[in-house]
Structure formats: C-alpha cells, structure tokens
Write a protein that binds this ligand. Structure first.
Ligand code: NAG
Length: 383
C-alpha cells in the first residue's frame, strides 16, 4: 500500500449571534484536523533497512512548535541517528532541522528515542532544555546503552549529557541482557528515567527506573514491575502520566505472561510503582489492546478529565473518564493507523486537541512511513 496524504480540512468559525450586527463574520481559530499525513517515507530503492522507520516520538515545545523523531533505519555507514523534524503549523507540515548523532560510542543512535522538554532546571540544564533519551547500539547489535543528549536551542544543536544504563545484546530474548525503551519524566525536582531491563537474572525482563538531580549521575536501580511468579514474564514499554487526583497511571505491555496485553498501575508515588495494584486494560465492550502502550491525560470531559491510551494493536484509542477505574475504558476510532509504539501529544493551549504519531510495524515491513493525525478529542468522544 502506498502512503497517502489526505486533504486537510480547515474549519471556519460561525457567525456569533452576539455580533450579528457586525458586517464581517467573527472567525474562531480552529486547529485543522489532520488525517494520517505523511511526514517522512524513506526512498524505496536506496538501501534502507527493514522496517525503514519505527517507534516515533513527538513533543510540543514551549514555543508552540512540535518536534518529532523516530527509529531511522538509514543505510550504514554512516552510523544511524535520530532525525529531528519540526512543525510550526500545528502538525500540518514538517521539515528536518537536525539529527542527534552518537558522539561517544561510535555505534549510532538506533532504537527507542524519547523526546522531553525539561519543565524545570536539572543541574546545569535550564528549564526548556530539550532532551532525547535513546538506545545506542552498534551495527552488529552486540550492546545496548541508554544515552541522553540535550539541546538548548530547541533541537538545532545537540550534545551528549550522560548515560543511564548499559546492557548486552540487543535481542528481546530471555537470557540476553539488553536495556530498552527509556522514558523521561520530572518528579519532585529529579529527572526519572524509566526503562525495560533484562540484566537481572531473576526475570526475563523487568521494568525499572533511575533518577538524577544533576543529569550527570544516576541513582541505583529501583524496580517498577517484575513478576516473581514467572521468569518468562517480560513486562515492557513503560508509559506514565499524571492524573488530577495526583495519582499516576503507569502503563506497560505484559509480554511473556499475558500475550503483550496492555496492563497498568495506579500509584500516588511514581517512584513506587512496584507496590501499586495492577489492572488489565479492557474496554466496557470487552476489547483489550496489545503491545507498546503510550498514555496521556487531557482536562476535557469534566472534573476527572480524560486518560487517553494508545496500544500497538489498535488504531482506536482507549479513554477513561474515571481516573483509571478498570471498568470505565471506552474505545474510540482515530484516523491514525495502528502502529508499533505510536505516541500522542496534547496541544498546550488547548488540550482537547491531540497529535498522534505513528511509523508502522515491527519487521518484516517494507511499507513503514512516519505520519501524524491531529484529532479533536471532544468530537472523537462525542461530548
Ligand atoms: C471521577 O472518578 C471517580 C473515580 O472513578 C468517580 O467516582 C467519579 O464519579 C468521577 N467524577 C466525575 C465527575 O465523573
């Protein structure tokens, strides 16, 4: 199937009754709805490696611009890198402004990028610093290393910050010892890096985090999810967001034990996920979703707002307006195709608008491309 760029529908505001005497209609500015619009599709005959692109991440900067990156399977040499694309028109058009290159290992930046703009200063990095955490892996996949790079100019130039964790062979096989899938979040003046960890021989894989107050030195490892009843369990792909009752929802895939179905925990302390109760995500209609969750919270929909969760198996999003109550998940359609490790960004000035970014499926896949949709959550949920 060839990727397509759909028409962008521009909505104009209606004439308000209060100003009906005015000769000119009052235009209410609206974010255009964007439907699976292609950001980047690698050339088909230029040596790009299966699956071409995968695992996109995006962030909206304080300036209003959106920044996106993804796993980029460009021909080697040169070493692979994380491309940095920018949109200054709310996701409608994108241009590459830079790339984040491995400047310390000589391996490349290969898998699982995560973008994060610091909301507060951490060490010598001021609020507003843009961070990329990602997995540096050599071409032969013999090692894994979660490294962090920083940009103090909104993504134009990048420099190495520190390394969080180092592991073995980059294969998701029990008995190997890689680290995977970093996610960054500031909590109580510290930066937390959540990730998947296969180095503990008690578990095929577990979820863990480390913290830093200076972005140079990292704390010891704290487990977030592990399965004491099954070595074969592989909880993975941590995702977390804060709720208005000061709880956090921590979502993950339960591979090895529950067919990679998405599970989640609710905790008041994001540094203590391990003791929190866990739930299987299941809609009121009985459907579940598998693999690679991402989760955000929007204020739309009343006092509880709305939790929005994306899983790898569904184009649909799962929403919850009861603070994560396990019997309150409802599915809604989106124009964004299902993909491995999609992610979502709420608009800062209006969190009823949400950008979804996807980049296709795990290998083998010769058709992956990076695309975005922008949806109106109220319209999507019919409220
Ligand atoms: C908010 O969520 C709680 C917990 O599920 C629920 O009891 C309450 O009714 C919800 N409030 C609203 C306004 O929906």
């Amino acid at each position: 199937m060839h990727p397509h760029r759909s028409a962008i529908v521009c909505l104009t505001g209606l004439l308000s009754l209060q100003v009906s005497a005015s000769p000119t209609p009052v235009e209410k500015r609206q974010t255009p709805t964007i439907s699976n619009s292609v950001i980047f599709s690698p050339p088909s005959n230029a040596g790009w490696v299966d699956p071409r692109v995968l695992y996109p991440r995006a962030v909206q900067l304080e300036s209003g611009a959106f920044i996106a990156t993804w796993e980029n399977y460009s021909p080697e040499p040169p070493k692979v890198y994380f491309p940095i694309y920018k949109s200054t028109d709310e996701g409608a058009s994108w241009t590459q402004i830079s790339k984040v290159e491995d400047t310390v290992n000589g391996w490349g930046l290969r898998y699982q990028p995560f973008l994060y703009q610091l909301p507060v200063a951490i060490g010598s990095y001021p609020a507003g610093t843009l961070l990329v955490a990602g997995n540096s892996i050599p071409t032969d996949l013999s090692q894994t290393k979660i490294d962090i790079y920083a940009s103090k100019d909104d993504g134009v130039t990048w420099s190495f910050v520190s390394s969080v964790a180092s592991g073995g062979v980059a294969q998701p096989v029990n008995g190997e010892t890689p680290v995977w899938e970093p996610l960054l979040m500031v909590y109580n003046g510290q930066l937390v890096c959540y990730y998947s960890d296969q180095r503990d021989s008690t578990y095929g894989q577990k979820l863990a985090h480390q913290t830093t107050t200076d972005l140079k030195t990292w704390s010891s490892i704290v487990d977030d999810v592990h399965d004491t009843s099954s070595y074969a369990a592989r909880p993975g792909m941590p995702a977390i967001t804060k709720l208005p009752n000061n709880n956090y929802i921590f979502a993950y895939e339960a591979c090895g034990s529950d067919g990679c179905r998405v599970h989640y925990r609710l905790t008041s302390d994001p540094l203590d996920v391990l003791s929190a109760p866990s739930y299987t995500l299941k809609s009121t209609a009985g459907s579940t979703t598998t693999s690679s969750p991402f989760v955000v919270w929007s204020s739309v929909g009343g006092a509880n707002g709305t939790i929005i969760l994306s899983g790898g198996s569904a184009s649909n999003i799962f929403v919850n307006q009861n603070l994560g109550d396990p019997n309150s998940w409802v599915e809604h359609t989106t124009p964004q195709p299902n993909a491995y490790a999609r992610s979502m960004v709420l608009f800062q000035d209006d969190d009823s608008k949400m950008l979804i970014i996807g980049a296709g499926h795990l290998p083998p896949s010769s058709t992956n491309y990076v695309s975005v949709s922008v949806i109106d959550l109220k319209e999507t949920m019919g409220i």
